[in-house]
Design a protein around this ligand. Sequence first.
Ligand code: ATP
Length: 565
Amino acid sequence: MTRKIRLGIVGMGQGGSTVYKTLRSVEYIEISMVCDRLEWTPGMELARLDGVPTCKSLEEFLQVPNLDVILEATGVPEVQQQIEQNKEKTSAVIEAQGANLMMHIIEEKEKLADIKRLKGELDAILNSVQEAIEVAGIDGCIKYVNPSFSRVTSIPEGQRIGQNIFEVSPNSALARSLRTHEAVFAHRSVVGGSSADVISNASPIVVEGKMEGAVVVFQPLTDIYRLMEQLKASNKVIDDLQTRINQISTSHYSFDDLIGSHPEFERALDLARKAAKSDSTILITGESGTGKELFAHAIHGSSLRWDKPFIKVNCAAIPETLLESEFFGHEKGAFTGALKTKLGKMELANGGTIFLDEIGDMNPYLQAKLLRVIQEMEFERVGGAQTIKVDVRVISATNRNLMEMTRRGDFREDLYYRLNVLELRLPSLRKHKEDIPAYLHSLIVKFNRKFGKHVVGLTAQAEELLMQYDWPGNIRELQNVVERAMVTVEEDIITHKHILNLVDSQASMQEKQVIEVIMPIEEMEKKMIQFALKRYGNSMEGKKQAANALKISLATLYNKLKTMP
Ligand SMILES: Nc1ncnc2c1ncn2[C@@H]1O[C@H](COP(=O)(O)OP(=O)(O)OP(=O)(O)O)[C@@H](O)[C@H]1O
């Protein structure tokens, strides 16, 4: 370690103090003594606090041995003279002006040290980044390349630095940025002197408003492709998992959620409870909105398969062309658009229950395939050769008369008997109106929670109105009516006024339009469909009820809607 420079300061007024403050933190300087005839100047105070020796008389100061430098900051000629005459030979004297110069040099030295530190940090960064970096001056002369540049291009640093970018890579992003004085983004080119196909971003280097050169950062396309492949693979995994999550749902309902105590309803409930304990195939029949799906959920939820998937397939809502793949899945490339292997509902339901809603709308081709699955519990994916074995309980539902359909030849008889091992007939609401008060109570509790209301019940007149209504849409319609009434009610009781428009017979009369003009059948059909949709709404459930009222299948309704403007 080199010896520190021993320094003394004479005169701790403003000038001396400033010099002191700068020099006290310089590592290689030791301030041995400061001197001022006034003992309590701020500079003297500070020195004392720092533990630096202080003195009042010049004589005492000049006794300090081995001072390398004496800083004279009084500017008084007599003091200067006295120092010159009495100092040791080896001590150099610097006067106030000289001191300023010295400070300036020290500051510059400090700055240089900072720059060196910064360069070290920058070097570490540039050496470790994966991207290739190249810097050229305004004249195009290449000044710097990082190690990744050589990795990507196989051009050694020594061969590249000193060359001119306008000659070696005139079409590069770097050359363009230098020519245009503007940034260049996502520029694809081959690095001159190599075969590396790269994507680059280049920017001008501007120092104090003047362009001094430009820098380019680039990556080889192979790296980008590799990253893209990795991204694609990850997205595929996410997609597959998402699809599975969307398709699988376990049942959340039990028999406790089913309200109704009318003997006919009780009979259905009883049979369902017994059916839940067995594994047999069940057919649930009943008008739309009578609770077929809810029963299916409850049966699954109370069976031994309760913790396995409950998969619902709406046979009427899936386009015919997709039905097979929806059911049995498909292999990648099985048909145009089959970009990946997809599991069908049958496979997803393995171990659990598949609920085939609107089974009466299933097309004959699929009816044959389904028959085989139910008989043998095996199938192949569309476009696949491997036979997949499953263990699935089948519950199907329909609001159509399947027996009648088999007689007409619209539904396979053998499949009908397979599905109908146990038949659960759900009564329409008008057959068990006695249960309406119980439904109302449960619905008011449910909607109070949903809308944050405090409705306590209905007036006798309102309840009477509901009891008299025919309920073509069954429990679902009752739910809708109560929900709409609860939205409008402001008091804590629902009166007949809140439901009059929703169910009263006058409203029904208004809907019963009188046809006085003759029109083409097709137009009449269109009007009927529009009328039914207006009545039941355009939602999936509304369409189901509309189809039911029109006595056509949901699939037929969809087909007819497709041809309507
Ligand atoms: N017994 C019941 N107790 C309480 N709520 C019921 C009952 N039956 C049906 N619901 C409710 O009525 C609505 C219609 O029931 P669900 O969807 O099961 O009928 P669905 O017969 O399957 O109708 P669709 O044939 O139109 O598909 C649902 O919101 C359901 O929760």
